[in-house]
Design a protein around this ligand. Structure first.
Ligand SMILES: [Zn+2]
Length: 244
């Protein structure tokens, strides 16, 4: 999705989940937040000169918070999430809203995730949460259901769209001209659930119902148990899909 398109949504939901390559999604969330807090945004982009923009540039904006993981483990624990409570409760000081960015939200442990869920369930009117991840299946289903998911394409905008490339690879798998293990390597950086949805579209189009069952079975596993090893799961799916 192009940045400008996001702004065509008049009502921005209170929790957005940006899915894509790690650094790219974090940058995107920050750009989005800057434009959202700016007093005079142009097509969603911050003006760079208003008071809000100056505070953001100086990293002293009182209504903007980027969550930091604890230590080298990069785990987001319950204390970190609890520390948000004060920020959520205070009145915005600059404009009419506050923004919290949670980079790599999949690093939340279970108790942190439960604590965040409570906050998302009772959103204070003017706090917006921007979560980022490259592994949606490592996020709890309840957290996912509270967020509007925005997928950022892995390929640049100059490259033909990734869905068509994936569909061509599915076709090659079926014809036996693409090695399933190679295909898994190629797509491993993509989010598994979003890949499954696209692979499903391809096999539904060519009415390969037996293969659709396999895709659904994998989705059930990922939704119920999370994704323990996305590459292995992708390999086993691609091997399954390429079999006659
Ligand atoms: Zn501005």
């Amino acid at each position: 999705m192009k940045f400008e398109h996001l702004w065509e949504h008049v009502n921005i939901p209170h929790a957005l989940l940006f899915v894509g390559v790690a650094t790219q999604t974090i940058d995107f969330a920050k750009t989005f937040a800057y434009g959202f807090l700016c007093a005079a945004p142009q097509q969603g982009h911050a003006c760079g000169t208003c008071k809000a923009c100056q505070l953001l540039a100086a990293e002293t904006h009182p209504d903007y918070l980027v969550l930091q993981a604890e230590g080298k483990q990069e785990t987001i624990g319950i204390d970190t999430i609890r520390s948000l409570t004060d920020f959520c409760e205070q009145t915005p000081q600059c404009a009419d809203k506050k923004i919290i960015i949670i980079p790599n939200a999949h690093n939340m442990n279970i108790s942190a995730s439960n604590a965040l869920l409570k906050t998302l369930e009772e959103p204070s009117g003017n706090t917006y949460f921007l979560l980022t991840t490259h592994v949606t299946c490592a996020l709890s289903a309840t957290i996912r259901s509270r967020c509007q998911m925005i997928r950022l394409p892995h390929y640049d905008e100059d490259t033909p769209d990734w869905q068509n490339i994936l569909h061509a690879d599915c076709d090659a798998l079926l014809r036996g001209t693409l090695d399933p293990l190679q295909a898994a390597q190629k797509w491993q950086k993509e989010d598994l659930l979003i890949l499954l949805a696209q692979i499903e579209i391809y096999f539904a189009k060519i009415r390969e119902f037996a293969r659709l069952d396999k895709i659904n079975a994998m989705r059930r596993i990922v939704l119920q148990h999370g994704s323990i090893n996305p590459v292995l799961q992708l390999e086993s799916l691609f091997i399954d899909l390429s079999r006659n």
